[in-house]
Structures are given as structure tokens and as C-alpha cells.
Design a protein around this ligand. Structure first.
Ligand code: ADP
Ligand code: MG
Length: 336
């Protein structure tokens, strides 16, 4: 038996965080949001496999912390395990930058407003290539090239450029929808696909992203209980889907994939929707941070709740009550 060497450990850890270009885009947008950016630009080419560039106008990274940011478990967001139940940032694991740098070629340009110059830092496959002072605007730009160039076995699991591009688009849309106050610009192969102003409300954002046909089939939900506040939109059965991809849920500002919440949504819709159909929803849940554990998986999309059953039951009830008796919501006999 042996303890693995550092490179192997980094590769294994990176595998949990960086599965595909969309995972990189997600982590880097989260970092931009955590840095209080008001504008974020995301550009990809070839589905993000050969090129991802993310620029923000956030805080920037201080010069003396640039190298540190790429160390595993280096984070400015929490200090101790106690903080794990009081997380208001999207990041906290300190794993994204080290993971990305382990499996791609990374160039970072960053500047904080207090400094006159910024830093350009290049790191490839975990190896530093360059660290130099340069002129730069306030904020941060990450350029990620040639994902998995040094791990060809993993490159094989990537889908076509179109498949990867679609996955990136889905994330960018979720990020835009969970942060209406931030202006997002998203470009694919040089073409602008999405540009939000940073001052739209959620319904306007939905219109912008999904179009008129979806927007006109939405019913507003706005309910609260002692445990949580729930607002957002529920789609009428007319825009239901054959899969769960459009059951969007955000908990305390984080886009999540939760079996519990999906099940609650579907149960709430029971009696209003045909079997094997899944609704279009945008459900924003806010609750006490200490009642949600986001430290379940490195991708931070899964959750554990301290009051699972109550949350489930309350959400089912809120959805069913919102749908009941509404125009365009026929009651379906179960089993049909
Ligand atoms: P985490 O987000 O969990 O802290 P990351 O590996 O994603 O870990 O980032 C490491 C650190 O680098 C962050 O804690 C933050 O201090 C800094 N950082 C990363 N991206 C940015 C950014 N876009 N703007 C400002 N600081 C950043
Ligand atoms: Mg992060």
C-alpha cells in the first residue's frame, strides 16, 4: 500500500469538481458572484472544450494571494467547520481553481481597485508557467484552454461540442435566473446568445431566456411558512415536459438539484398533470441557512435539510394550493 503522490491526488479531486466545460463555467461564475461582480461575461468556443473565458468586474484577487488561490482547500470564504452551517457565499470548499488548473491550461488576469497594476498568472496542468505584473482593469478574467489536454482518457467522456455547449448554456441561464441583479453576457463561438441587463425582474428574465410561449403559461407562487419563504413561477400543464430538466429550484440563491424538492414539486402537481410529465417551474426557496447543508457533494448542487419531512410536506401543499382552481389547470384523474 502507498499514499498517492500529489499529482494523482489532485487529479482524483479534480474529477469530482470538473466533469465537463459546464462545471468550470459554473464554478467560475460562482466565484464572480462571490466577488460581488455586477457584470459577468462568459465566452466559449467548441463547447468550452478548447476555450472558456469568464470576465467579471468584482473585487479581484490581491497579488499576494494569486498563487494561494490555486492551492487545494484555499478559500477566503470560510475559516472553520463551524462556518459550514452559516454559508452565504456560493463557494466555500476552495477546490475549484486547483481542480481546473490540474486538468487544463489556465491564464488569470486580476486586479484589485487599491492597486495600480494587476497580475497575469499562467498555470498548466498544476504547474506554474508565469507570474507577472501587467496593466488590467479592476476585476478578474479567467481563460481556460484545452480541457483534459493532459488526461486524454477523460477527454473521451466529453460529448460533442454542441452537447457541451448546450450544457454550458443551461448553467448560464440558471445563473442569470438566480441573479437578476447581475448583468450576464454569454457568447458562443463569437455570437452573443444571451445578454441580461442586471435590472430585470424574474418574469422579464424568463421572457428573455425562454420566450413568450413559456412566459404566458406561468402562475406566480408566493407562500411562506415558519420554515421557509417560497416564491417564483409554476408552469401550466400546457408547457410540461418529458423530463425533469425544467424543474428549476433555487435554495438561498443557489441553483440546486434535489430529489426531495423534485419529488415535492411532482407531488404538488399530482392531480393537475398527466403521468410521466414533468412541470416547468422556477421555485425560489429562502430559509434559515443553518437548516441546509450544502456540503454534500463537491459540485455543491445537492442539499441535505434538517427538517426534510416538514419541508417536503409544506412545499407540496404550497404548490397544490397555488395550482388549485386556476385557469388552465384542469384536474386530472389519477392514473390517466
Ligand atoms: P472557493 O470559491 O470555494 O473559495 P475557489 O477555488 O473557487 O474556492 O477559489 C479560491 C479563492 O480564489 C476564492 O476563495 C477567492 O478568494 C479567490 N477567487 C477566485 N475567483 C475569484 C474571482 N473571480 N474574483 C475574486 N476572487 C476570486
Ligand atoms: Mg469557488
Amino acid at each position: 500500500m502507498q499514499v498517492l503522490d500529489k499529482d494523482t491526488i489532485d487529479q482524483i479531486a479534480a474529477g469530482e469538481v470538473v466533469e465537463r466545460p459546464a462545471s468550470i463555467v459554473k464554478e467560475l461564475i460562482e466565484n464572480a458572484i462571490d466577488a460581488a461582480a455586477s457584470a459577468v461575461t462568459v465566452e466559449i468556443r467548441e463547447g468550452g472544450i478548447s476555450f472558456i473565458r469568464i470576465t467579471d468586474n468584482g473585487s479581484g484577487i490581491p497579488k499576494d494571494q494569486v498563487r494561494l488561490a490555486f492551492c487545494r482547500h484555499a478559500t477566503s470564504k470560510i475559516r472553520s467547520a463551524a462556518d459550514l452551517f452559516d454559508i452565504s457565499s456560493l463557494g466555500f470548499r476552495g477546490e475549484a481553481l486547483s481542480s481546473i488548473a490540474a486538468v487544463a491550461q489556465v491564464e488569470l488576469i486580476t486586479k484589485i481597485s487599491e492597486d495600480l497594476t494587476g497580475i497575469r498568472y499562467v498555470i498548466e496542468g498544476g504547474e506554474e508557467r508565469s507570474f507577472e505584473e501587467i496593466g488590467a482593469p479592476n476585476g478578474t478574467t479567467f481563460l481556460i484552454r484545452n480541457l483534459f489536454y493532459n488526461t486524454p482518457a477523460r477527454a473521451k467522456f466529453l460529448k460533442s461540442a454542441l452537447g457541451e455547449s448546450n450544457a454550458v448554456s443551461a448553467y448560464v441561464e440558471q445563473m442569470a435566473l438566480s441573479n437578476p441583479g447581475i448583468s450576464f453576457k454569454y457568447m458562443v463561438n463569437g455570437q452573443t446568445k444571451l445578454h441580461t441587463s442586471g435590472s430585470l425582474n424574474i418574469k422579464e428574465l424568463v421572457y428573455h431566456i425562454y420566450g413568450r410561449e413559456i412566459t404566458k403559461e406561468l402562475i406566480e407562487i408566493d407562500s411562506s411558512s415558519d420554515l421557509m419563504e417560497v416564491h417564483g413561477f409554476l408552469g401550466r400543464p400546457a408547457i410540461s415536459r418529458g423530463n425533469r430538466n425544467f424543474e428549476h429550484c433555487y435554495v438561498n440563491g443557489r441553483y440546486v438539484k434535489s430529489k426531495l424538492l423534485s419529488k415535492a414539486i411532482e407531488e404538488g402537481y399530482q392531480g393537475f398533470m398527466m403521468q410521466h410529465k414533468y412541470p416547468f417551474t422556477l421555485i425560489y426557496i429562502n430559509m434559515d441557512k443553518s437548516k441546509v447543508d450544502v456540503n454534500v457533494h463537491p459540485a455543491k448542487m445537492e442539499l441535505r435539510f434538517s427538517n426534510q419531512e416538514e419541508i417536503f410536506n409544506q412545499l407540496v401543499k404550497m404548490i397544490a394550493e397555488t395550482l388549485k382552481g386556476r385557469e388552465g389547470i384542469p384536474e386530472v384523474t389519477p392514473g390517466k
